[in-house]
Design a protein around this ligand. Sequence first.
Ligand SMILES: Cc1ncc(COP(=O)(O)O)c(C=O)c1O
Length: 391
Amino acid sequence: MNNYNFDEEFNRIGSNCFKWDGRKKFLGNENLIPMHIADMDFKCAPEILEEIEKRAKHPFFGYTIYSGSHFECMAEWLHRRHNWKVLSNNCLYSPSVVTSLSIIIFSLTNENDGVIVQTPIYPPFMEVVRNNNRKLLINELKLNEQGNYSFDFDNFEDLCKKNAPKILLFCNPHNPIGKVWEKHELLKVAELCKKYNIIVVSDEIHSDIVYKPKKHVPFASLGKDIAELTLTCTSPAKTFNLPSISSSVIIVENNNYKKILDKALDRFHLFLPSAFSVLSFEAAYKYGEKWYNSLMEYLLINREVVFNWANKNNKFIQHVSPDGTYLAWISFKSLNLKDIELKKLIYENANVALDPGTRFGKGGEGFMRLNFACPLNQLNRALEKIEMVFK
Ligand SMILES: Cc1ncc(COP(=O)(O)O)c(C=O)c1O
């Protein structure tokens, strides 16, 4: 199928790995099959590893600057893959996407200002709002009988009228539901944000993990006026499985916001990258495409395996396969269990770690999130164990 072996079950234990080594400390059981946490159980692309190894042999790890081509590599990728032209001058370094979300909220809003999020949502979206003492405004996604989610425009407008929020935190593709927002939906969101003078912070970290025929549309690519009100946060962390390299980008076209953010990053001394983060970031976008294409073929199979498994009985259901992300959002509602009981059964009886839907806020009740970015054998083992519990 390809030159990369995604079937290999590599032992990650002993590498201070959150997902595997953290099981005992955070989940109280080191034997769980870890199908939670959004990092992949696939080795880093050999093309990236080669660059890291070369650099590791150079025995100096002093303060590091960006090469002139740092943001260019990413800009070329964004142009080639998402048809979005980004200028390096509009890119700011930040160690991680969640750091960016927090810094943006901190520097562009004041205490008690409203920030809107769509639940169910990746939990740090809610945490960064609360931790900065801003007002968390929940615009729960609408779920229809067929299991499709949509943006609640009426409730959004209501929240805007009542609270005059400053920021919309938007997730595209949306973790945990795997929705890739369509252009017409984005345009409608943008129209309302313009009307109510709201800054859009678009987290596009999952934008490369999108399955054909769906296409990712960068929010800021919708037009010059929309780009002016948008801050895009992204990184190679999900695409290339590099979440610990601590290198991400805030793309900002609005000069005023750029100046404010520059100052905030300076204030917290967040502008100095590590030697390995600079290098891995560049290597990923320069040399990682072949590996990435193979990865997408593999994920496509795993996505189907989960979908077929979930829908072969009516105990748990995955209404729709994710358009994007390597995360499956599975409903266990027909079992009529309390969330706490559901978690207990899956953790203690199946010995599998999934992310309980309740972590993702309102609308997450009765769901579990499963990360299928792992070797097929591991995936099948976890699915079999869950199935046994509900036989
Ligand atoms: C939507 C979203 N944003 C951000 C992150 C984390 O990004 P970082 O590690 O760069 O903070 C994740 C990780 O799962 C995510 O799903």
